[in-house]
Write a protein that binds this ligand. Structure first.
Ligand code: T1G
Length: 686
């Protein structure tokens, strides 16, 4: 099947793009389009060309997989120039998600007809780029300045209706793209649709538009996109040159490397060894435990359209759970995800009860009770007798041994860990923890559930803390060590927020509750090696009952929306230094980030080494979608590749001089450096 096919219908030439899954404008599509236009220009029978695409969408952009590869001619800018210069008018029919290079192709045609449900956008900034095939020059010639600048700098798509109103579309139809294309071609023949050459239209960005955008556009990526759009006040050929110059600059940027990696991380993690196993039916869900996590999980299942039965021990807890879920759905109404009718219909699918036998027919049951092995073993013992054969029995534990939990049932093959992140109906990450006896069908069904919940599911093996929390437990220590050695915690938070984290580690633990970390530290105290440094500052804070936001005080003091540093923390730090004979020293922000990331990368490498994560990119996805890792870095192991693995090793070896127990170079990291390889090479080996 050719990527581009032509068929004549009278004087209308239908040109069909067919390059599944999303008709990306890869080399075959580009060559196909150029050849089609060239041939049809010479064919006297043809008076108009109607361009459309097969499948679920018109062109969803340039082929991202070609980025960073040697360029294959013709490149998309040239294809767009050929479409724009065509001797025969080209009407383009758009459906699905017409994005990036796909919209740029459409902008280069002489008329555009949309099909209802269409979304149009220039999402290049989400990849650290800018429209590179004329989008920043031709869009402002078709729509008014503010609309053009918004689409170019925000990357957000607009609806077909908004595009019609803005003049981006000439018409909006319903139906099959091929039929709409033929009808549109005939409309041009009948002069019911007037072709316009975009290049001949005036740029509509005003100085005021630019001034207002300059004032509010922040960040290297968006500022560069705005700069390109500004060049639209030049003659088109000069504007296109400036756009190309800035596009090439963006292609070489770290932000692009990180954001492209993040795009593929979200998709690569669904490629698992169990992909071909048969997933079971998933109509109804059950949740045990109506606390914050249980209610959040129930809300996620309800929002995915599943009837849910939630179990709690006492009636007042049942009422609390229903109330929490109702509030969660109210929040979804506020965020515009649901309207009032949909909220009520969703809530009607919820059953809250103390009677566990109500779970007998559930296709999947997710346990979210107190993090105690005894309690979990008791619950799974009961589920084993209540639930129908073939039901997925899942635990939402965030670190307990899934194999031990499965071991109390007669069907460990149906037991799996489904580790949600709070708030469970909002956070996109789901760690799917596969036990030693978990059946491939159970894994495949869990990934199917994740897709239904619009989660990014990452497969994890069983270990303390799985992928995310195991790595967190390690790098978190580096912040306590830096604090004891002299870095004020607020400096550590600020340095990491500048690096790109939405919130620094001390602020995060204040938000989550200092008592959670305290319980973990006490649990680990029993088997903490003597060689391991231990910092007591956080224990001192907890001993005061200062658990963070929920108690109005932690490392920070919270007064309504205001937050200030808790000065007593510095006193606790100084007292511990004096007790341990430590002289405080200063840290630069850069050193704080280097140490934090070296600690994160080293434990992440060990998680890959131990095969807890399938690939390095799985670790990156966990941190991008569950731990607020700055997207423009692409994740901790992509950061390591961008920074240079040898540099990371050299830093760990330097830090090991002061603490050889904590700072150890993982074998995998050393092997990659010696082999001149990167974590991405491992991803490719898959
Ligand atoms: N190039 C290559 N592969 C792509 C692709 C693209 N543009 N878009 C999607 N895929 C693959 C994806 O990796 C997955 O593969 C499969 O298609 C299905 O995607 C010059 C420079 C279109 C809204 O940024 O936002 O044009 O995992 O799972 O949820 O100015 O894909 O199955 O192997 O996401 O239905 C601009 C990116 C490019 C759009 C569909 N375009 N794509 O979502 O399916 S830059 C974009 C999306 C550009 C020019 C510039 C979404 C989607 P696999 P999926 P989906």
């Amino acid at each position: 099947m050719a990527a581009v096919e032509t068929k004549l219908e009278g004087q209308v030439a239908l040109v069909k793009i067919d390059n599944p899954p999303v008709n990306a404008a890869g080399i075959d599509v580009r060559i196909g389009l150029v050849n089609a236009v060239r041939e049809l220009e010479e064919d006297d029978r043809v008076k108009v060309i109607a361009l459309y695409a097969a499948g679920r969408t018109f062109v969803a952009g340039a082929d991202i997989r070609e980025f960073g590869q040697p360029p294959k001619q013709p490149m998309l800018p040239e294809v767009c120039e050929i479409l724009e210069g065509s001797a025969k008018p080209i009407v383009c029919v758009l459906h699905g998600t017409t994005l990036g290079g796909g919209l740029e192709i459409a902008l280069s045609c002489q008329a555009r007809v949309g099909i209802k449900g269409l979304k149009l956008g220039l999402p290049e900034v989400n990849l650290g780029l800018l429209p590179g095939a004329g989008g920043t020059q031709r869009l402002p010639r078709l729509v008014e300045g503010m609309t053009a600048l918004t689409m170019i700098t925000s990357g957000k798509p607009i609806s077909a209706e908004a595009a019609l109103e803005a003049g981006l579309l000439d018409d909006l139809q319903d139906g099959d793209p091929a039929e709409v294309a033929l009808a549109a071609g005939r409309q041009v023949l009948d002069s019911a649709l007037t072709p316009r050459v975009t290049a001949h239209l005036e740029n509509r960005i005003t100085t005021n538009d630019l001034d207002s955008f300059r004032a509010k556009t922040r960040g290297e990526v968006a500022e560069r996109a705005l700069k390109a759009a500004e060049a639209s006040n030049l003659p088109l050929s000069d504007g296109l040159k400036e756009e190309r110059r800035l596009f090439t600059e963006a292609m070489a940027s770290n932000a692009h490397k990180g954001l492209k990696h993040a795009f593929f991380a979200e998709r690569a993690v669904s490629h698992i060894p169990e992909s071909n196993a048969e997933a079971r039916d998933l109509q109804t869900g059950g949740v045990i435990g109506g606390g914050t996590m249980g209610s959040g999980i129930a809300t996620a299942l309800l929002l995915a359209g599943m009837p849910v039965t939630l179990i709690e021990m006492e009636e007042d807890r049942v009422a609390f759970a229903r109330d929490t879920i109702t509030k969660n759905l109210e929040g979804a109404v506020k965020r515009g995800k649901l309207n009032a009718e949909q909220r009520d219909a969703t809530l009607a699918k919820l059953t809250c009860t103390t009677d566990m036998s109500a779970l007998a027919d559930a296709d999947v049951v997710i346990e979210a009770v107190f993090e105690s092995m005894d309690v979990k073993r008791e619950v799974f013992g009961k589920l084993d007798h209540i639930c129908k054969q073939g039901a997925i029995l899942a635990t939402n534990t965030s670190y307990l041994d899934v194999n031990e939990i499965a071991g109390v049932t007669s069907r460990p093959q149906d037991v799996i860990g489904l580790h949600f992140f709070s708030p469970a109906h909002v956070m996109r990450l789901l760690e799917v923890v596969v036990g030693k006896d978990t059946a491939p069908e159970t894994v495949a069904t869990s990934f199917k559930l994740a897709k239904k919940l619009r989660k990014v599911a990452v497969r994890s093996g069983v270990c303390d803390g799985f992928i995310g929390n195991r790595i967190l437990a390690h790098y978190r220590k580096s912040t306590a060590y830096m604090q004891l050695d002299g870095a004020p915690f607020e400096q550590i938070d600020a340095a990491l927020e500048d690096f790109g984290f939405a919130m620094g580690p001390f602020a995060v633990s204040d938000l989550a509750g200092q008592d959670i970390g305290w319980v973990t530290r006490k649990r680990q105290a029993a088997f903490r090696p003597d060689e391991e440094r231990y910092v007591e500052i956080a224990d001192r804070v907890c001993e005061q009952g200062w658990f963070g936001r929920k108690s109005g005080k932690g490392f920070y003091i919270y007064d309504g929306k205001n937050r200030s540093v808790n000065p007593t923390v510095a006193e606790f730090a100084q007292a511990e230094r004096e007790a341990k004979g430590i002289t405080a020293r200063s840290f630069t922000d850069a050193e704080i980030v280097d140490r934090y990331m070296a600690a994160m990368v080293s434990e992440a490498a060990r998680v890959v080494e131990d095969k807890i994560a399938l690939r390095p990119i799985d670790v990156d996805a966990v941190f991008l979608f569950g731990y607020g890792f700055p997207r423009h870095w692409g994740g901790p192991l992509q950061y390591a590749d961008i920074t240079g693995l040898a540099v990371i090793v050299q830093r760990i070896e330097q830090y090991a001089q002061e603490d050889p127990y904590y700072w150890q170079v993982p074998a995998l990291l050393r092997e990659l450096v010696e082999a001149g390889k990167t974590f991405n090479d491992l991803n490719k080996e898959g």
